[in-house]
Design a binder for this molecule. Sequence first.
Ligand SMILES: Nc1nc2c(ncn2[C@@H]2O[C@H](COP(=O)(O)OP(=O)(O)OP(=O)(O)O)[C@@H](O)[C@H]2O)c(=O)[nH]1
Ligand SMILES: [Mg+2]
Length: 455
Amino acid sequence: MTARSTIFALSSGRPPAAIAVVRISGPRAGGALEKLIGRVPEPRKAALARVRDPASGEVIDEALALWFPGPHSETGEDVAELQLHGGHAVIAGVLEALAGIEECRPAEAGEFTRRAFENGRLDLTAVEGLADLIAAETPAQRRLAFRQLKGLIGDRAEAWRQRLIEALALVEARIDFSDEADLPEDLVGPALHAAQQLREEIAGVLADGHRGERLRDGLVVAIAGPPNAGKSTLLNRLARRDAAIVSPHAGTTRDVIEVHLNLAGYPVTLLDTAGIRDSDEPVEQEGMRRAQARAATADLVLWVIDASAAGGAANGPPEDFGSTPIWLIENKIDLMSGGPASDPTGSSRNECGFILAISALTGSAISALEPAPAEFARNYLGAAESAVITRARHRHALEQTVAALDRASSSISAGHEELIAEELRAAATMLGRLTGRVDVEDILDVIFRDFCIGK
Ligand SMILES: Nc1nc2c(ncn2[C@@H]2O[C@H](COP(=O)(O)OP(=O)(O)OP(=O)(O)O)[C@@H](O)[C@H]2O)c(=O)[nH]1
Ligand SMILES: [Mg+2]
């Protein structure tokens, strides 16, 4: 194995700022500190130090230096950290000085975390949780990400994998040592029983209505409806800024416009879409195709109609939204003298869980609409913080695990020990992939530990 290079990077945000943090990780981290500040401080204690350019001896800055010797550090390697004054020239001077030190080089994107993973400091799901924590935009997302970082799914998957390996060890023992007199007869039955229990636990975690994934990505609320109904005006009002172009010309919006909102702590992506009507114009047709595609995959559709237009109230939503809830928003009530002319019991509206008459232009009744999407998000995502699965990757791995366990159970008839072992191994491999720690050695370890082979 070749010696690892020592990596360094600016770990704090964009300069200029009050403080900039430069991190160094690898075998030369201590040497780099000696060159820059003339010593290696006591582990995990902040030390005030002059940072000098090793080539010229010139003082670059005065900084706080921290020393975290491996393996009990963030990356598992020797790590040094300098808290500098956060100016461009200070940072450039320190990074340049570090680049001049032998075997030190700038880190690549994510390389510190990658080293932490490779050194067993974080499993793959924790790495994902860390990425989500940095990306979290709302408190609910932050809490979910923090739990992922701390092993919400990783620890569970590892515990499941250990139990599977024990079950597998029983089956392997049956296969390998079937001629040994002192081996208990029925090892496969208990193994399959354990596998079945695991299967039920994992299936329970999978049956979460995809809420964790939804919380991570945000709920999608699409504004759709006929042209000129005031969809873009409504989006701008809910977003409290002019995100979409509004005009009296029907067919104004073409591309799907996205606005990210934090509604009562829950992440919601609000979409404005092209008005849907018969049109021969190719650009408008493409806009409508995109509108329909996005609305079809939304978690909620706000179907906006112009209640003042001829036949406006009859312009109910089409039926091709599947099971997506649709709220009917009757807009432009300011243009009507006697309130909306519509009859709320009309047939097209029976599918709408929520009907509201508003004026997006004047703001009339908007205060009745505004809290509703937040309430919808709360109902939808309220339980999501306890969800275990936050990514399609997790779901895929767990579904594959369940499938393999099902195949193991169906291979129960006598003489199929090899098949059972193979499926249990496949299930354990899927769980190992989930956490990123696939390893066959530990199967052997369990066999040797539990069955005293060396007699
Ligand atoms: N009087 C009145 N006018 C409105 C209201 N909402 C929107 N408008 C006007 O209706 C016209 C169309 O509004 P838009 O928000 O662009 O409508 P849209 O549904 O996005 O239209 P497309 O993007 O073409 O599908 C504009 O002139 C708006 O000012 C309302 O509540 N009352
Ligand atoms: Mg529009």
